[in-house]
Design a protein around this ligand. Sequence first.
Ligand SMILES: NC(=O)c1ccc[n+]([C@@H]2O[C@H](COP(=O)([O-])OP(=O)(O)OC[C@H]3O[C@@H](n4cnc5c(N)ncnc54)[C@H](O)[C@@H]3O)[C@@H](O)[C@H]2O)c1
Length: 382
Amino acid sequence: MRVLILGGDGYLGWPTAMHLSNKGHEVAVVDNYLRRDMCREQNVEPLYETPNLHERVEIWKSHTGRSIGVTIGDLRDWQVVSEVFSRYKPECIVHYAEQPSAPYSMLDRRASTLTLMNNLEVTANVIFAVKEFSPEAHLVKLGTMGEYGTPNIDIEEGWLDIEHNGRKQKFLYPRAAGSLYHTTKVLDTDLLWFYVRTWGLKVTDLMQGPVYGIYTNESRMDPRLLPFFNYDELFGTVVNRFVAQAVAGHPLTVYGKGGQTRGYLNILDTLQCVRLALENPAENGELRIMNQFTETFSVNQLADFVAKAGTRLDISVEVKSIENPRKESEDHYYNPKHTAFQNLGLQVTPLSEDVLCEMMEMVMRHRDAISDGSIFSGKATW
Ligand SMILES: NC(=O)c1ccc[n+]([C@@H]2O[C@H](COP(=O)([O-])OP(=O)(O)OC[C@H]3O[C@@H](n4cnc5c(N)ncnc54)[C@H](O)[C@@H]3O)[C@@H](O)[C@H]2O)c1
């Protein structure tokens, strides 16, 4: 398949590009380095440097002989979008190109409006480009489990059957986002649903949980092919953060009671899920929604897991509850369904001490680069 990956320099975009290229697909990536710029602007650089996209594709080619097309450009700019779509004529599009951090989206007015404008404008441009240049293409869009919030009823995969005054209809499952970032994802879903109904587009919206890890079959080929590893409170996801805190000898920062429960997945399983979604496309006029996570954990369970793995490496890990900088429930019901990917054949990579120890060993090699200011700056408050 000809696959266009939007946000192909990102934590997930680059490993996805290599994975699909390795499977024999024709891959091109687009990115404007927004993520790199935001990290620099906030002084929360990833743990190690990563080559730029042009360098990455050269390194990839030197190992595999396979080419990946690169465009550096802003997908808010219609000129860039129309040029890329008319050049590559994609059969499928993986849309990762958004500002992905909840805490960043809550920093101040400027960061909030950047998140809002960037995420919605990119999604709108992509929808118009699919209609104009590739109306038969399958659009796979990354949403988040955070769109649902933490309701006191079971979470279905995207849709809910409602019976009201004796009549029935299926509706989008109610959304209750906990940050402006998550709200942009809710709005994205509404935009997609509107244009699926209006233009009969073929869309898969993936409600993904927080991802951890950096190792994939492809990124293991060369350390220069590894994705970013952020451990700061703006761009680091919780497992990656706890691993870095453990290695740095910093107490694991559990927010409040630590009962916040979410669905997590290994980066290996993100790649499998995206590939399974592409290989089993939605129908014309279908908005297919799948919950993309493999296991649920509370923050306390994750902290205990990391502490145990630390013991195996002779690292003594302290777990400390700090005042919760976010407005969120710390103790709640959480029962989200996630059978769609299992039905497509997903082979789950469970979280294990082995997985955590390998991540810790990697962080240990870069221990000197860990900045205390990044671990906890107190910026991520709302
Ligand atoms: N990482 C996770 O745990 C996670 C969990 C749930 C959902 N997601 C979603 O998955 C997607 C990818 O996440 P990620 O962690 O790889 O984030 P990331 O920031 O590393 O990747 C996004 C990429 O998109 C690029 N980008 C953003 N706006 C752009 C624009 N206007 N033009 C061109 N490029 C642009 C960024 O520079 C970045 O490289 C995001 O949409 C995110 O919301 C991620």
